[in-house]
Ligand binder design. Structure first.
Ligand code: SF4
Length: 354
């Protein structure tokens, strides 16, 4: 067991505004960024520390206290901790696992803009995240080259104005909600002024890991936009949804957003039927529709999370026998060069599923 006093962890959290300060910026700034502090805070055996430090050197650790509070102390296999704790296997070079698995570099006409699909584009609004997920397919993304200045955003807006076939803009990152409300409000207002845009989609994990991010500032610019709003959350396990997350979801819906969820199928986190069924039920109870279940993108450093396709398909078939049809996420893979997500083959639905 790591022996340094837990009091120190509590002091660090308190000094940095880490614990329940109510101010999301302070919580963001106060996130744990040191493997030793994380292991200590959760009372993990010291044997986990060298691996955590090795993985941390490749992709920095970042865990907000509001997320840490949902983990079980002393359990290195906690499904939330597994998503954020670096381990030594991240240093393994595994054939087929690469730095840019989706080949996004091919689809960047301007800094901050990814245009892969005909009617929609993705804007990299922020290179920052509230949490660093070890399986993230953008863990090697060159954010420094893709965080546009306001002048560069004007070029992106011109690009959108000149392409009437684009009807949807997706705010992504990093986590787009790590940006300030002033910046987001400016951008969303400009997007709303482009007549052929219909939808604004926001892919974010912040309302899950720091629910206080859903504050009046965010709700103000969101509710004010004329665009149809879709917020796609990223939840992989039912334990991530606590009362504060449910409250944040309710407020987003009140602001006019449709809430969807996408998960990643992760070995050791959610790769069993009971866990996936509970996740769908818990999401729906919070007003969030399960949308996609992604198989892992083969990013270097994350091979230990991989679930083979055959096993994934079999899992989803068994899940279908447990859940109503509207609770079933679609099992998909992102294939570089394809014009949409690729569904994984599924055999016919079981009798009795609806
Ligand atoms: S982009 Fe999303 S999945 Fe990747 S580290 Fe950030 S929050 Fe996690």
């Amino acid at each position: 067991m790591i022996t340094r006093s837990v009091n120190r962890v509590q002091t660090v959290a308190s000094d940095q505004g880490g614990e329940h300060s109510g101010d999301w910026r302070r919580q963001l700034a106060g996130a744990i960024r040191d493997p030793e502090v994380l292991c200590e805070a959760l009372g993990l055996d010291a044997a986990w520390l060298p691996g955590a430090q090795a993985g941390h050197r490749l992709f920095k650790i970042r865990v907000p206290h509001a997320y840490l509070a949902r983990m079980r102390r002393g359990d290195p296999f906690d499904p939330l901790l597994r998503q954020v704790l670096p381990i030594d296997r991240e240093t393994d070079a595994v054939e087929g696992f690469v730095s840019d698995p989706l080949e996004e570099a091919e689809h960047r006409p301007l800094p901050g803009l990814i245009h892969k699909y005909a009617n929609r584009v993705l804007l990299i609004v922020s290179g920052a995240c509230a949490v660093n997920c070890r399986y993230c397919f953008r863990r090697h993304f060159p954010y420094a080259d893709n965080t546009p200045s306001r002048r560069e955003w004007e070029a992106v807006l011109d690009y959108l104005r000149s392409r009437p076939e684009i009807n949807e803009v997706i705010l992504s990152g990093g986590d787009p909600l790590a940006s300030s409300d002033e910046r987001l409000g400016w951008l969303v207002e400009r997007l709303g002024g482009i007549a052929h845009l219909q939808r604004l989609r926001i892919h974010t994990r912040l309302p899950v890991v720091i629910p206080d991010r859903v504050d009046p500032g965010l709700l103000g610019w969101l509710a004010a936009s004329r665009l149809q709003k879709v917020v796609v959350l990223h939840v992989n396990h039912a334990n991530e949804i606590d009362p504060a997350v449910r409250h944040a979801c309710a407020r987003l819906r009140e602001a006019g957003a449709t809430l969807l969820n996408q998960s990643v199928l992760l070995r050791g986190v959610n790769d069993d039927v009971d866990t996936l069924a509970e996740l769908s039920e818990t999401l729906f109870a919070a007003g969030v529709l399960p949308y996609y279940l992604h198989v892992l993108d083969p990013v270097a450093g994350a091979a230990h999370f991989d679930v083979p396709d055959g096993e994934a398909v079999e899992l989803v078939e068994r899940l279908r026998a447990r859940l109503a049809g509207f609770l079933m996420p679609r099992l998909v893979r992102e294939v570089p060069g394809e014009r949409s997500k690729t569904p994984l083959p599924q055999r016919s639905a079981q009798p009795g599923s609806s």
